[in-house]
Design a protein around this ligand. Structure first.
Ligand code: AMP
Length: 175
């Protein structure tokens, strides 16, 4: 069973030139979904992880399953304005303008070891903002896992250069 074939590619979505890597087909395939979660967890089995943090929205689905498998709590990192309690925030650059992600100020305790999860890493802008946010909260990001890497965009290497061990399961060429 090949995880790569479980992912559907939609050309020119959401705009011309982007090959959108759609994981809904993987999520809908029970063997592929379990395999992806198992492979994300496997290098960290037996290591001390206190929480999993997932990036809205696809990182919630995968991160929730990873947290359940590790028997640890889950921290949602959300788009600005969604979380009801006091938040910490981090901005990151988009192609046009900036975006902001937030987490609850009390979602992690200082010194907690956190694993960061999202479906895909491209430029790494989103993941680096998530790292900044978790570090602001005093957490130690001990691992990051992504089902898909777009290595030409360099995000996984940027995250590694920021001191985070990164695990990716499959790679696609291009953007
Ligand atoms: P980046 O911040 O550039 O690493 O982009 C990562 C975020 O954008 C992730 O939350 C992805 O879900 C989404 N993303 C970026 N590029 C793609 C793509 N080609 N297909 C699907 N999602 C993407």
């Amino acid at each position: 069973m090949d995880l790569k074939t479980a992912i559907r590619t939609i050309a020119d979505h959401p705009k011309p030139g982007i090959m959108f890597r759609d994981i809904t087909t993987l999520l809908g395939d029970p063997r592929a979904f379990r395999r992806a979660v198992d492979e994300l967890v496997q290098p960290f089995a037996g290591r001390k992880i206190d929480k999993v943090a997932g990036i809205e929205a696809r990182g919630f689905i995968l991160g929730g399953a990873v947290a359940h498998q590790l028997s640890v709590g889950f921290v949602p990192l959300r788009k600005k304005g969604k979380l009801p309690h006091k938040t910490l925030s981090a901005d990151y650059a988009l192609e046009y303008g900036t975006d902001t992600i937030e987490m609850h100020v009390d979602a992690c305790q200082a010194g907690e070891k956190v694993m960061l999860i999202d479906d895909l890493i491209a430029t790494g802008g989103t993941a680096l903002a998530a790292l900044e946010l978790l570090r602001k909260a005093g957490a130690e990001v001990v691992a990051a896992g992504f089902v898909i890497d777009l290595p030409e965009l360099g995000g996984a290497d940027r995250l590694r250069a920021a001191g985070v061990p990164v695990q990716t399961l499959i790679a696609f060429e291009g953007h």
